[in-house]
Every structure is written in C-alpha cells, then in structure tokens.
Design a binder for this molecule. Structure first.
Ligand SMILES: NC(=O)c1ccc[n+]([C@@H]2O[C@H](COP(=O)([O-])OP(=O)(O)OC[C@H]3O[C@@H](n4cnc5c(N)ncnc54)[C@H](OP(=O)(O)O)[C@@H]3O)[C@@H](O)[C@H]2O)c1
Length: 305
C-alpha cells in the first residue's frame, strides 16, 4: 500500500514507519523539516514537507493516490502548560487534523485515501480513579480531555468519505521517548518512586503493541470509531514504580509528592497525578494478540531488548 504518516519522526511514528517498510509498504512521511526527517527515517521513505501544519494545508500531491493516512503529529504534552504551550498543544492537534481532513476532502474522490487512522489519547476519559473505562465511556471534562475530544471530532468529520479510526493510546513504554524515557534517569539513580500516593492507574502499553494495534486498525476493514490502545492489564502508579525498580534492580521507594510535581509542572502534573483504568475492549474484540500483555515482561523488553 501507499501510506502517508504525519508525525513520522516521533517515538511512535519512527517505530510504525519501520514496521510498515518491513512489510513492504511505500511510506510518505509528512514533516516540518525534510532534512531532519530524512536523517531519522532513512532513504527508503519519501518525505513531503508540511511546513506549518497548524497554519497551512498539507501537500495535496502527497495525499492523492495514497491508500491510508496515519495522523500522529502533535506538540509534546509533557512540558509546563504555559498559555503559549497550551495553544501549541491544542492547535498542533485540532487545527492540523482539520486541515488534513479538509485537504483529503478536496482531492478528486478517486484519488482520496480510503482510511484515516488518527491518533488520540486515553486522556480523553479524564481523571477516573479506579473506575474501568472503555470505548463506550463518557469523555472527561478537564482541559486535556476536552482538547482530545475536539481532536477526535476533527478526525470524525471525515467519516462520510472514508473509514476513520480514532486510536486512544495510553502511556507508551519505550526507552526512546515518552513517559518511560523521562522516568528512567531518576529510577536508574535509585531516586524514583510512586507519584502522588501511587493509587492512580497508568494505562500503559508497549511500543510494539502500539505499532501492532495501529496496523491491525489499518488491515481490519470492520474497525472504525474509537479504539483504545492500552495493555489489558493497567497498573497503578505504585505497581509501575515497583516493576520499574525490579527491572532496573534499583530501589523504587522514594515517594514523589503531588505537590512537588504541581510546583514543577503546574497544571500538567495532573497527567501523572491522576489517570484512567482503561480496558482495550475494541482490540480484545478484534482478537488482537498483545506482544507484551504483562507489565514485567513489557518493561524487561523495553529496557533490555
Ligand atoms: N508517546 C505516548 O505515550 C503517547 C500516548 C498517547 C498519545 N500520544 C500521541 O501520539 C502522537 C505521537 O506521539 P509521539 O510520542 O510519537 O510524539 P513525538 O515523539 O513527540 O513526535 C510527534 C511528532 O509531531 C511533530 N510535531 C511536534 N511538535 C509539533 C508542532 N508543534 N506542530 C506540528 N507538528 C509537531 C514532530 O514531527 P516533525 O518535526 O517531523 O514535523 C514530531 O516528531 C502525539 O500526538 C501524542 O500526543 C502519545
């Protein structure tokens, strides 16, 4: 297939593009920086420049004639949420998805891709304590939850012209980026531990399963709408800390008070001081077989290969 990937240079995008290429697909990566993207992705991937995704349309020639689009771009969430950072986090998801869908709609119908797999996040559900949530659960009401619902809403606009899947992805375990990469230095020094009491659930998922699930969504013509991409065994933050300490053979007992995180990161601290106990009902219903369904095995693989 001819597949377009936005955010292809990111943690998830790089892994996805690698696997798509392994399977023999042609990949066109949309990036703000062609040279950097070529360095990261290598010569087998065609690069098309989308210089300012929140302000300009993606290049129509890159989308026309393709079979499917994976929409994975977005300003990093894990930064202090100043007013300006919030604007970037929001526009880099909501506006860009609107422009992507608008550009697909403008293509001649016989040149349009037939599938849009648009990234979303478990932040959609907001802070839920130990309540189980799945794809049928209501959205949350905090800033990130509302942003995520708007982000999904833009993707869903394309449902009349193509099959649209909204992948509500959890906390991705990869040593190369995301939450685990940020936690590792502290745990390696033996100064990691449960955050803000540790009772909140972490909807973790191994990067291999993010890639596997995205490809399952591509290949399965019956899948549309929201799909949770999380492991079937969400852990509490305290369980994740213990498992990380075990995998690194370091103590993981130093609690990190929520107040300290709020002082350091402001409102963004909510992302780690609260959480969701997510069930991947859509993937389980599809018969998707997780490569790393258990936390200890997933961490061992992510950390030691
Ligand atoms: N990693 C996770 O745990 C996780 C969990 C749930 C959801 N997600 C979501 O999944 C998507 C991909 O995650 P990721 O971890 O792979 O992200 P990432 O490593 O931060 O990469 C995202 C890519 O988006 C592009 N980008 C960054 N800032 C941008 C901006 N302000 N405007 C336009 N493009 C921008 C960059 O590509 P170029 O520089 O090449 O343009 C970057 O490589 C994100 O939307 C993220 O929120 C991630």
């Amino acid at each position: 297939m001819q597949l377009v990937v936005t955010g292809a240079t990111g943690t998830i995008g790089r892994a996805l593009v690698g696997e798509l290429r392994e399977r023999g697909h042609n990949v066109v990566a949309l990036s703000r920086d062609a040279r950097r993207a070529a360095d990261i992705l290598g010569s087998g991937v065609k690069i098309a420049v989308w210089p300012d995704p929140a302000q300009t349309s993606p290049p129509a020639e890159a989308l026309g004639g393709s079979d499917a689009v994976f929409n994975l771009l977005g300003e990093p969430i894990a930064q202090r949420w100043t007013a300006e950072a919030k604007r970037r986090i929001r526009t880099s998801r909501v506006e860009t998805t609107r422009r992507l869908v608008g550009a697909i709609r403008e293509l001649d119908p016989d040149r349009r891709p037939r599938i849009l797999i648009s990234q979303s996040a478990t932040g959609f559900y907001g802070a839920r304590g130990n309540e189980w949530v799945d794809e049928d659960s209501d959205p949350g009401t905090d800033w990130l939850a509302e942003l995520t619902a708007d982000w999904e809403g833009e993707a869903a606009q394309a449902s009349d012209i193509m099959r649209v899947v909204r992948t509500r992805t959890g906390v991705v375990l990869s040593p190369d980026g995301g939450a685990l990469a940020r936690m590792l230095p502290f745990f390696r020094l033996g100064i990691g531990g449960p955050v803000a009491g540790g009772d909140q659930y972490v909807p973790w998922v191994h990067l291999d399963d993010v890639v596997g699930a995205l490809i399952a969504c591509l290949e399965n013509a019956d899948v549309s709408g929201p799909v949770n991409i999380t492991s079937p065994t969400p852990a509490t933050n305290a369980e994740l800390s213990r498992a990380l300490g075990r995998a690194l053979q370091r103590p993981a007992v130093l609690p990190v008070p929520g107040l300290v995180l709020r002082l350091l990161y402001g409102e963004m601290a909510e992302v780690v001081t609260s959480g969701q106990r997510v069930r991947p009902s859509g993937l389980l219903g599809l018969g998707y077989r997780f490569s790393h369904p258990e936390l200890n095995g997933a961490l061992d693989e992510a950390l030691h290969g």
